[in-house]
Design a protein around this ligand. Structure first.
Ligand SMILES: *Cc1c(COP(=O)(O)O)cnc(C)c1O
Length: 433
């Protein structure tokens, strides 16, 4: 397996001082290299993005923004952050970007702080149907300091739009509750989000529309999913999912007044010193996403998701909403067998080298620790160069492992061992970037 020679050199260097940590990083590298990563929120960054994070940019305090820092010596940090901001604006076609959020949740916290006072009402998706914990979970800051009200995901069973966003319900909720902020954007929604209709709902009560595109940012940047601009007032996102950058967050807007409020709410409102090494890596990743090859990548991510969903459906798995428009799908395992649970599937597949996560499906009768579904995404396998034929093979392996698991523990173990070997071989042919 071709290795990134710089990573090898870095690990040798760490190992001389700290063999314990270096050993674990090496093992994790091996795990990533030899398993199929289907977790929809994960990806493999390029060596350039990876190594930008491991640089001297980390040594500096750069509280404030370019040209207005609270510490001296920020000449080069200013230029790095400026490049990151300019590229983010170009990538998403908007006027203002804040590249400092440490994560997606931090981006949402700053956006909420900028747009609401404690106790104010905001509207978002019912959490169990694919919302995010930073969209109003009771024990999260968003649920403790603000008042979340929720719209249901979907129309009832039998409706042609079953398991898709019910925009009429969103509008009705806005009329009744008059939220100050309306949030859209999800962690497990496989269909196109109609930002225009969300804006219409927001306009009914004068709400600010926040689109959290954490999952689909790479698809939006590549033009493979419609842009939230000009409909959303504020856009928040992570940088590490389909966008394939370092772990981090980003806030975008076209509105100058909102941009000023957001900058203040981020620093000093909710964060201290920015992670400048991560901002350097964001700049590198945004540069990659601006290249034409990234469009090809994003198109293939969606084509692979469609192929994987179709291959599973021919094996009698039910895909919620009947398919996918983006990088992810929710597999309702009960379609294959009423006794299959998400928890079992996740565990059995991991033993075979296929990494997924259990996920509730809409109206799931099982509790969140068990669930009736798994969420699968194709961002990471597409980065390795896999295409439709490989999706077909992966679907076949998934079905073999789950079918064996339903038979007996012994059958499961021997099938897992066999599939594990085949997965290893395939990973050898499609190496990490
Ligand atoms: C992943 C995700 C986030 C949060 O990202 P973190 O970087 O883990 O804080 C926020 N919103 C949505 C919709 C997400 O899917």
């Amino acid at each position: 397996m071709p290795h990134d020679p710089i990573t090898d050199a870095v690990l040798d260097l760490i190992a001389r001082q700290d063999p314990d940590v270096a050993g674990l990083i090496r093992k994790e590298g091996q795990r990533q290299a030899t398993t199929i990563e289907l977790i929809a929120s994960e990806n493999h960054v390029s060596p350039a993005v990876m190594h930008a994070m491991g640089t001297c940019l980390t040594n500096k305090y750069a509280e404030g923004y370019p040209g207005a820092r609270y510490y001296g010596g920020c000449v080069f940090h200013d230029q790095v952050e400026d490049i990151a901001r300019e590229r983010a604006k170009k990538l998403f076609g908007c006027r203002f970007a804040n590249v400092q959020p440490h994560s997606g949740a931090q981006a949402n916290m700053a956006a909420m702080m900028a747009l609401m006072e404690p106790g104010d009402t905001f509207a978002s998706l019912v959490l169990k149907d694919g919302g995010h914990l930073s969209h109003g979970m009771k024990i999260n800051f968003s649920g403790r300091f603000f008042r979340p009200v929720h719209y249901p995901l979907h129309y009832p069973p039998g409706h042609p739009e079953h398991e898709r966003i019910d925009y009429d319900a969103v509008k009705a909720l806005c009329r009744e509750q008059r939220p100050k902020v309306l949030m859209c954007g999800y962690s497990a929604y496989p269909r196109v989000i109609d930002f225009k209709r969300f804006r219409e709902a927001a306009d009914q009560c004068g709400a600010v529309l926040v689109a959290d595109i954490a999952h689909i940012a790479g698809l939006v940047a590549a033009g493979v999913h419609p842009s939230p601009f000009p409909h959303a007032h504020v856009v928040t996102t992570t940088t590490h999912k389909t966008l394939r950058g370092p772990r981090g967050g980003l806030i975008l807007t076209d509105d100058e007044d909102l941009a000023k409020k957001i900058d203040k709410a981020l620093f000093p409102g909710t964060q201290g010193g920015p992670l400048m090494h991560v901002i350097g890596a964001k700049a590198v990743a945004f540069g990659e996403a601006l290249r034409p090859e990234f469009k090809d990548y994003a198109r293939q991510v969606v084509a692979n998701a469609r192929a994987l969903a179709a291959a599973l459906m021919t094996r009698r798995y039910r895909i919620t909403s009947g398919g996918t428009d983006n990088h992810l799908m929710l597999v309702d395992l009960r379609g294959r067998d009423a006794n299959l649970t998400g928890a079992d599937a996740e565990q059995w597949l991991e033993a075979a080298g296929i990494v997924t996560n259990k996920n509730g499906i809409p109206d799931d009768p099982r509790p969140p620790r068990v669930t009736s579904g798994v969420r699968l995404g194709t961002a990471a396998v597409t980065t390795r160069g896999m295409r439709e034929p490989q999706m077909e093979r992966i679907a076949g392996w998934i079905d073999r492992v789950l079918a064996a698991g339903l038979q007996s523990p012994g059958e499961r173990e021997s099938t897992s061992r066999g599939v594990r070997g085949e997965v290893r071989d395939l990973c050898g042919q499609f190496s990490l970037p």
